[in-house]
Every structure is written in structure tokens, then in C-alpha cells.
Design a protein around this ligand. Sequence first.
Ligand SMILES: [Zn+2]
Length: 130
Amino acid sequence: MMSRPTNNVAADPTRFFEIDPVALIAAHRAVREGGQAIIGHYHSHPSGDPDPSRADAADAVPDGSLWLIVTRARARLWRAVPHGGVHGRFDAVAFDCITGNRLESGVRTVSLARNNDPLRAESWSLTFDD
Ligand SMILES: [Zn+2]
């Protein structure tokens, strides 16, 4: 697995993000040429919480891709889905980043999703307590 940093080309990058389209096209080209699949992307909320904003939800394609949102202190992983629990677009995904420890203190709800989407044919969704 690898990550590719890109520039934020949003008109107001302090409030929104937009992946540099040149970098995005290059990443998709690399996949077509035998590179690793694109499973998602990441961005930061420098002064907020690691939950998707309404703008994130409006921009997200519900294709099962992963969204990692990081702040100065925390990170959360989300999956963009058609009827998510957050803004109708995102479900929380449990993950360990380096230590293998879950970063949040408690799990509020756990649900098992089954559908015909090969990206999430059967996947667990967890919602965390704050
Ligand atoms: Zn965001």
C-alpha cells in the first residue's frame, strides 16, 4: 500500500479540499497501467474533529471508497456509502494505524452490511462514542 500526497486546489483550502486533478488523473492512469488500486483518500481537519463535514458528504461518491480524516490529535476512517449513518453518506470503519490499537474509547453501534457491491460485500460498520 502506498499514499500519494497531492495539493489542495480548493478555492478556499482552509475550509474545503479538492484533490489536484492532475495528480488524480495520474493516479488513475497508474492503476490502468498495472499499479495498485485506489482504495480511498485522506485529508485533514486542522481545527476540527475527524468526522466528515456536510461538504465532504456532498462531494463524496458513494462507491465504497475509504476516507481517512485526520486532525492534530486524532484520525478516523470512513467509508462512502449510499445510505451512511453520517450525513447519509459515511459509515465509520474500525482501523488501527500503527499500534494496532483502536483510537476511540467506545463503540456505540456495530452493524453488518451485506450487499452486491464487491467493495463491501460483507463489512462491519462501527460508530464510536466521543
Ligand atoms: Zn473534510
